[in-house]
Design a protein around this ligand. Structure first.
Ligand code: C2E
Ligand code: CA
Ligand code: CA
Length: 259
């Protein structure tokens, strides 16, 4: 089993890595941003996905440290992609830490990364508890220019209160609805979420887009951004640069020098 000591050692030994999954514009042709997704290159267990260690890090009080590492790394990596935004996942516990906003401010400033190119993906459960405190944190982050996306929308409480009372920028429609868009129920849910989000002035990203049929439906439904294996799997940093060059979004010479 993974212990606190092992997580600490992993951070100290620099065993964690971030992969970046492109988030495309609705037509699928332009990379608008990337989402940072953590992996652990464990010396004996091989590459581990977040499902095997993020909850454990939350349990044993290591998630703040892991989260600070991920944010710092994402900002440093994204500096080599001019104009691209980077989205970083924030665990509910990390968001509720009273130092969270100060930590984010310090880390992003130290990296010299523009706040306006950072997006934080926060799950609904982060807002349960002291809603006023959560709202103030979101307001403070947005005051810096950071954008806030509500992750996994539709899987948790999905209270309309969050949408109305939190100054969010974006909603990410969970993969489970995207998977089922050929069914009347999921298709209706996607239509309703897009209509509601647009009415509130929010952007909508569809997660887990795997087929052209799903893409066509989601685009027609009005989703602003698309993310999924149809466009790209999560990539190492260097491969994002290569994809940007291939898309014509980064000049070849600059890209090759920075990769
Ligand atoms: P998420 O934020 O919902 O991230 C999307 C997950 O869906 C990622 O899994 C991604 O690899 C996967 N995915 C993307 N496109 C497709 C697709 O077309 N089909 C399918 N089947 N899957 C797709 P991953 O990387 O294993 O991450 C799982 C979860 O772990 C994330 O879900 C997020 O909640 C969490 N996570 C990842 N990185 C971090 C991190 O740095 N910090 C924290 N706190 N959580 C993280
Ligand atoms: Ca996410
Ligand atoms: Ca998600």
């Amino acid at each position: 089993m993974i212990s606190r000591a092992e997580l600490g050692r992993g951070i100290a030994e620099d065993e964690f890595v971030l992969l970046y999954q492109p988030q495309m514009t609705a037509d699928g042709r332009t990379m608008a941003s990337v989402e940072a997704l953590i992996r652990w290159d464990h010396p004996t267990r091989g590459r581990l996905g977040p499902a095997t260690f993020v909850a454990k890090a939350e349990e044993c009080g290591m998630v703040d440290e892991l989260g600070r590492w991920a944010l710092a790394r994402a900002c440093a990596d994204a500096l080599s992609w001019p104009d691209l935004s980077v989205a970083v996942n924030i665990s509910a516990l990390q968001f509720r830490n009273p130092h969270f906003v100060d930590d984010v401010t310090a880390i992003v400033a130290a990296a010299g990364f523009p706040f306006s190119r950072l997006e934080l993906e926060i799950v609904e459960t982060a807002f349960i508890g002291d809603f006023d405190v959560a709202r103030r944190s979101v307001e403070a982050l947005r005051g810096l220019g950071i954008r806030i996306a509500l992750d996994d929308f539709g899987t948790g409480y999905s209270s309309l209160t969050y949408l109305r009372q939190l100054p969010l920028d974006k909603i990410k429609v969970d993969r489970s609805f995207v998977e089922g868009v050929s069914t009347v129920q999921s298709a209706s849910i996607v239509h309703a979420v897009v209509a509601l989000s647009r009415a509130l002035g929010l952007k909508v990203t569809a997660e887990g887009v795997e087929t052209t049929e799903q893409h066509d439906f989601l685009r027609a439904a009005g989703c602003h951004f698309m993310q999924g294996y149809l466009f790209s799997r999560p990539l190492p940093r260097e491969e994002v640069t290569i994809m940007l060059i291939a898309l014509g979004q980064l000049p070849d010479a600059l890209g090759a020098a920075k990769a």
